[in-house]
Design a protein around this ligand. Structure first.
Ligand code: PLP
Ligand code: COI
Length: 367
C-alpha cells in the first residue's frame, strides 16, 4: 500500500465556535459510563491516492456527510484503535503506549488494504487532541479520556476494490468503567457455535467487521445472563481465543499465569503485552500457550485454576467470576476477584495514572 507522503504531521487547531459550557460539561463528567460522552473537537486528516495525507486539523466535532455509495458503508473497509489519556496526581495529563497503538493501526491498515498512517502522524493526532480536550478527563476514580482513532474508505464507488480515498479521525470520549456499575467481576459465556476469527482472516486486525460478526454471540451471552462472550478457535472449536473486545489470562495455584498465544486470529492487546511484562518483572512465570475450554473447566474443578481475568484498554483488568457454556457452567475460584488479578491491575493502573515509576517507558507526559 502507498505510504503517507505528508512530511508535516502537525494538526493545527480550528476551534469550535460553540464550546460546551463548563457547568454542562461537569454534569456530563459526573457519571459518564463508557462511550456516550464526547468532547467538542476531533482530529481529522484526508488521504487521496497520488497525493497522500493532507488537510490535517483538530476541528470541531461534527457529523460527516458521505455519499450513499461511500465504500465503507458497503464493504466495511474500516479500522480503528482504542487508547486512553490519564490525569496525573499533579493535575497533568499523560498517554500510555501510543506508539504501540500506532503500529497496530498500521498492521490493521495493511490487512484491510488501506494506506499507512505514519506513526508520527498517529501519535501527534492523539497528543494534539488530548492537550486541547484535557478538561474532559473525569476526576472520578478510574476516569480517563478514551481516544478512538479510526480510518474509513470514502471513495464513491460500488466496485469491490480498495478505496482511493480515506478519512482518518480521532474522537475522544470521557469514560469511567466499561462495565455497568464498575462490575467487580464479570461472568462470561463461552460460545460453542459462533467463532470470531479464522486462520487467514482478519482476527488480528482491529477492523469493525470483526465486531459486527461478534454481536450475535455477545447478544447470546447477555440472554444467558452473562456480561461478555469468549470465543473458541475456529478449527478445532476447543481452545480459548479471546473475548469480544478483550484478551484473557488464567492464574494457577502454583502462582504461574497463562494466556493464549498470539496468532492471526487474536488481537495483540497492548494491555496483554504490558501485563506479561509486569508479571515477569515481578518474578511470575508467564506462559503463552493454548488452553481448552474442557481443561479450564477441569482445572477450575480441581482447584489448579484459581483466577481468570479479561484485559483491554476499555476493561483494564476485569476478574472473571463464572463461565457458562452449553457443555456446562463452572465458577472461577471463590467467584471473588483474586489476589494476582488485583495485584497486576494495581501495578498497571498505577503506571497509567502516574502514581508509580515507569520503568518500561510506557507513558508520555503531555502537560
Ligand atoms: N481483543 C479485542 C478483540 C479487542 O477489541 C481489544 C481491545 O482493544 C483487546 C483484545 C485488548 O487490546 P488492548 O489491550 O490493546 O486494548
Ligand atoms: C478497547 O478496549 O479499546 C476496545 O476497543 C474494546 C471495545 C470493547 C471497547
Amino acid at each position: 500500500m502507498a505510504h503517507g507522503m505528508n512530511a508535516d504531521a502537525s494538526f493545527p487547531l480550528r476551534p469550535t465556535a460553540s464550546p460546551t459550557p463548563a457547568d454542562v460539561r461537569a454534569d456530563r463528567l459526573a457519571n459518564p459510563g463508557f462511550g456516550r460522552v464526547f468532547t467538542d473537537h476531533m482530529a481529522i486528516a484526508h488521504y487521496t491516492e497520488g497525493r497522500g495525507w493532507h488537510d490535517l486539523a483538530i476541528a470541531p466535532r461534527q457529523a460527516l456527510t458521505v455519499d450513499p455509495a461511500c465504500a465503507v458503508l458497503h464493504y466495511a473497509q474500516e479500522i480503528f484503535e482504542g487508547l486512553k489519556a490519564y490525569r496525573t496526581p499533579d493535575g497533568g495529563v499523560q498517554l500510555f503506549r501510543t506508539e504501540a497503538n500506532a503500529r497496530r493501526f498500521q498492521k490493521s491498515a495493511e490487512r484491510l488494504a488501506m494506506p499507512q498512517l505514519p506513526v508520527e502522524m498517529f501519535v501527534e493526532s492523539c497528543r494534539a487532541l488530548v492537550l486541547n480536550e484535557r478538561d474532559w478527563i473525569p476526576e472520578i476514580d478510574g476516569g480517563s479520556l478514551y481516544l478512538r482513532p479510526f480510518m474509513i474508505a470514502t471513495e464513491t464507488f460500488l466496485g469491490v476494490k480498495p478505496s482511493s480515498e480515506y478519512i482518518y479521525m480521532v474522537i475522544a470520549s470521557s469514560v469511567g468503567a466499561y462495565f455497568k456499575g464498575g462490575a467487580p467481576a464479570v461472568s462470561i459465556w463461552a460460545s460453542e457455535n459462533y467463532t470470531r476469527a479464522a486462520p487467514g482472516g482478519t482476527g488480528a486486525a482491529k477492523c469493525g467487521g470483526n465486531y459486527a460478526a461478534s454481536l450475535i454471540a455477545q447478544a447470546e451471552a447477555i440472554r444467558q445472563g452473562c456480561d461478555q462472550v469468549v470465543f473458541l478457535d475456529a478449527v478445532e472449536r476447543k481452545y480459548i481465543e479471546e473475548l469480544g473486545g478483550m484478551n484473557v489470562f488464567f492464574v494457577f495455584d502454583d502462582g504461574s499465569i497463562a494466556t493464549p498465544p498470539l496468532s492471526d486470529t487474536i488481537l495483540a492487546g497492548i494491555t496483554r503485552d504490558s501485563l506479561i511484562t509486569l508479571a515477569r518483572a515481578r518474578g511470575i512465570e508467564v506462559r503463552e500457550e493454548r488452553y481448552s475450554l474442557d481443561q479450564w473447566r477441569a482445572d477450575a474443578a480441581t482447584g489448579r485454576l484459581v483466577e481468570a481475568f479479561a484485559c483491554g484498554t476499555a476493561a483494564v483488568v476485569t476478574p472473571i467470576s463464572m463461565v457458562k457454556a452449553r457443555s456446562g457452567d463452572f465458577q472461577i475460584g471463590s467467584g471473588a476477584p483474586g489476589q494476582v488479578t488485583i495485584a497486576l491491575r494495581e501495578a498497571l493502573v498505577a503506571i497509567q495514572n502516574g502514581r508509580a515509576p515507569d520503568p518500561h517507558h510506557w507513558v508520555e507526559k503531555l502537560a
